[in-house]
Design a protein around this ligand. Structure first.
Ligand SMILES: C[S@@+](CC[C@H](N)C(=O)[O-])C[C@H]1O[C@@H](n2cnc3c(N)ncnc32)[C@H](O)[C@@H]1O
Length: 327
């Protein structure tokens, strides 16, 4: 972690190294941010300045923008000691969110940790599509199944914003442990139940839902070398990859969802870039779906595939969704 001499805020920092900060170095908030931003960018972190600010705000216990009012404040040795290991973790390309332990998602501040996928902004838009449909359909307390819930981001948002009664599944007990913590922190124990299982395994055969939603793993295994280290080396593989073409889990969703979708209900899937048209073909080839369509995310990428439960499909049962007790 040694680096050449440089000037920071008019002060020469000689051979600055996160292990060599000494009492003689007057480390102010701004000086540390600038030094750390430079250090992180040398380690290939594109958002070095922003991440340095987030890490320091986390250590100091203030909002990031509060640091701007305190630029000239000298940091205590306790603060420097707490900051140093976090900076090293980020330099090793560990995601910022795993280091500070949380990630905003719509109205929620979700706990995240290694073992669970960090929720992404485009998934907030998937939730928005589902909310629009619920509003248009004027359904009070809709029943929703979220397959591959991870932190519970989708499930908990829909429970909060639409008073939905949500069943959520995941293959990962580690993810579900964090999802339960997020649910309990949000006080949503009455609305959201989590179950371990692949796809629809943990869902009673005769249960049906107004909405089935999923942001499944969809990255083709061949794309692994193209991923940023933060994703490739830190996020759980089972949350990222789904076979050679990335569609293994989506195929299972398409095959099984119709049985659990109410007539006229909504199936809402997030898919990878370039996959949407194939997913439409899969849905059109399967009995039980109608009005299949693609929607784009804010970047203009075909990101969401929406379909409805077919009215003439007899695979779905008219039984109510299961109660919300955890299994
Ligand atoms: C892309 S992550 C999405 C997590 C969360 N829904 C979100 O949007 O942030 C996919 C999730 O699906 C889970 N998963 C993978 N294969 C699964 C399967 N066959 N059945 C259920 N969940 C699965 C993973 O453990 C992971 O939590």
């Amino acid at each position: 972690m040694t680096r050449p001499d440089r000037s920071v805020g008019g002060t020469v920092v000689s051979g600055a190294n996160a292990d060599q900060w000494t009492e003689s170095d007057p480390w102010t908030v701004l000086r540390l941010i600038l030094w750390s931003a430079d250090y992180l960018s040398q380690k290939g972190v594109e958002s070095g300045r922003l991440d340095a600010e987030h890490l320091l705000a986390h250590v100091v216990g203030v909002g990031r923008l509060q640091l701007y009012l305190d630029f000239e404040r000298p940091l205590t040795f306790g603060e420097l000691d707490a900051f140093r290991p976090l900076l090293k973790r980020r330099a090793a390309r560990e995601p910022l969110q795993y280091i500070i332990g949380h990630q905003p998602f719509r109205n929620l501040e979700l706990k995240v940790a290694p073992g669970v996928l960090i929720p992404r902004p485009e998934t907030e838009q998937l939730v928005e599509r589902v909310l629009e449909w619920i509003r248009a359909a004027s359904i009070d307390a809709p029943t929703i199944l979220d397959v591959g819930t991870g932190t519970g981001a989708i499930a908990l948002s829909l429970a909060t914003e639409a008073s939905a009664i949500v069943t959520a599944t995941d293959v990962s007990d580690a993810a579900l442990g964090i999802a339960r913590e997020n649910r309990d922190a949000a006080g949503l124990g009455d609305l959201v139940a989590f179950h371990t299982g692949s796809l629809f395994e943990a869902v009673p055969r005769d249960a049906d839902f107004d909405v089935i939603v999923s942001n499944p793993p969809y990255i083709p295994e061949v794309d692994e070398p193209t991923l940023e280290p933060e994703v490739r080396d830190w996020e759980p593989r089972h949350a990222l990859f789904a076979g050679a073409d990335g569609l293994d889990v989506i195929r299972g969703l398409v095959e099984g969802a119709a049985r659990h979708l109410r007539s006229g209900g909504l199936l809402a899937l997030e898919v990878g870039s370039g996959q949407a048209r194939t997913v439409v073909s899969l849905l059109e080839a399967e009995a039980g779906y109608a009005a299949v369509r693609i929607e784009r995310d804010h970047e203009g990428i075909e990101r969401f595939v929406l379909a409805h439960g077919a009215t003439n499909y007899d695979g779905a049962s008219a039984q109510p969704a299961p109660s919300t007790g955890d299994v």
